[in-house]
Design a protein around this ligand. Structure first.
Ligand code: DIG
Ligand code: MN
Ligand code: MN
Length: 388
């Protein structure tokens, strides 16, 4: 039996709001008592996490006095020191307060847009104070219930203006900080702008400082859009934009369930872990998820341990897949290439085009090949079922 104990090099992180989730939902009141940030850090230390993330108001309540804020930060800092837990990521809560009821950066009210910038600058300062190197933006309220209320192009321009301003702020303060944009298609708004990781990648390319900005894809959010999460993450990786990732799980066609990693779609979780590990992803593996409402804090620890154990088990399965002789023989066969077409690929030339246009192809012979994908996928399933 391998060792599935989390280690710092795994860079497993949790948000204060994840293990601190008190079980409130739209149809029920809290089922767990609120724990202080310092106690949540100690809980994460107990289960073996590497890091903790926070929204500004997860750590410092929005109406805390300066003295209260200092006291909270002091306790939080000593819990970090006691446990060795670090703070790789921070973010702003631009979605809970009623003032953000019609969005933050995209609000129709210029006072709200200005306040959102102010709140984010202060939250960036707080995150940097605790060592964050990645700053996430999740625009939970940046959307509409009716497109009569806001011109979509204006909303996009407002989002861009905010990101450009905040990139300039980070540069002005000489912070070592990168931004990671997190998409979600809906909830809590009827529709949310920049709804998928793909939209975010396109949006980033229109910014003044695109080099400072990447993405933070979340499993549940891409699944809510009916998408293959692995493909979205691969596109971000290939573009050098996978600055952070929110791991959890989610049944298709449901509200944002934020389940324990691997709790629903074990096969897609496997291919995700394989993608990350094969490509030596080295940024934090953040579990943006929470325990079932049925759980007490011992159950919350089970949830956190389960996220990390499942990741490590799937990491071992991916290594097994990469060395399984029958699987690798099939993979080699599938990707066999006699090199005869290489003359036509790569950079264009008129000669290449001329030669290719005169190349003959035996379409029926090519189409008649059996590709053995059924066998390969069955072997993959058998690795996951533990019978290989
Ligand atoms: C929701 O999936 C969002 C918020 O929890 C937070 O702003 C972000 C960071 O993980 N994810
Ligand atoms: Mn979510
Ligand atoms: Mn998230």
């Amino acid at each position: 039996m391998s060792d599935y104990t989390p280690k710092p090099e795994n860079k497993f992180t949790f948000g204060l709001w994840t293990v601190g989730n008190i079980g409130r939902d739209p149809f029920g009141s809290p089922v767990r008592e609120t724990k202080s940030p310092a106690d949540l850090v100690r809980l994460l230390g107990e289960v073996g996490a590497y890091g903790v993330n926070f929204h500004d108001n997860d750590l410092i309540p929005i109406d805390a006095t300066p003295a209260e804020a200092e006291s909270i930060k002091k306790d939080f800092r000593s819990a970090l020191a006691d446990t060795g837990i670090v703070v790789p990521m921070a973010t702003t809560n631009l979605f809970s307060e009623p003032i953000f009821k019609d969005g933050a950066f995209t609000s129709n009210d210029p006072k709200v847009r200005a306040y959102a910038l102010q709140k984010t600058m202060n939250a960036i300062d707080l995150g940097v104070e605790f060592g964050a190197k990645t700053y996430v933006f999740w625009g939970g309220r940046e959307g509409t219930e009716s497109d009569a209320t806001k011109d979509t192009i204006t909303a996009i321009k407002r989002s861009r203006d905010a990101m450009n301003f905040l990139c300039e702020y980070v540069n002005d303060k000489k912070y070592d900080l990168k931004f990671a944009l997190e998409a979600k298609p809906n909830e809590p708004r009827g529709d949310i702008y920049n709804s998928t990781t793909g939209h975010m990648l396109a949006f980033i390319s229109t910014l003044d400082h695109p080099e400072m900005v990447g993405v933070n894809p979340e499993v549940a959010h891409e699944h809510m859009a009916g998408l293959n999460f692995v493909h979205g993450v691969a596109q971000a990786l290939e573009a050098g934009k996978l600055f952070h990732i929110d791991l959890n799980d989610q049944a298709f066609g449901r509200y944002d369930q934020d389940f324990r990693f691997g709790a629903v779609n074990i096969k897609s979780a496997f291919f995700l872990v394989k993608l990350l590990e094969d490509n030596k992803y080295d940024n934090p593996r953040h579990f943006d998820a929470h325990a079932y409402r049925t759980e007490d804090y011992e159950g919350v620890k089970d949830f956190a341990r389960g996220c990390m154990r499942t990741y490590l088990i799937l990491k071992e399965k991916a290594a097994q897949w990469n060395t399984d002789k029958e699987i690798q023989a099939l993979v080699a066969e599938i990707h066999a290439d006699d090199g005869s077409m290489n003359q036509y690929f790569g950079k264009y030339s008129a000669e290449k085009a001329k030669a290719l246009k005169s190349q003959s192809f035996d379409r029926s012979a090519i189409a008649g090949r059996g590709l053995k994908y059924e066998r390969l996928d069955q072997l993959t399933v058998e690795v996951l079922l533990g019978v290989r």
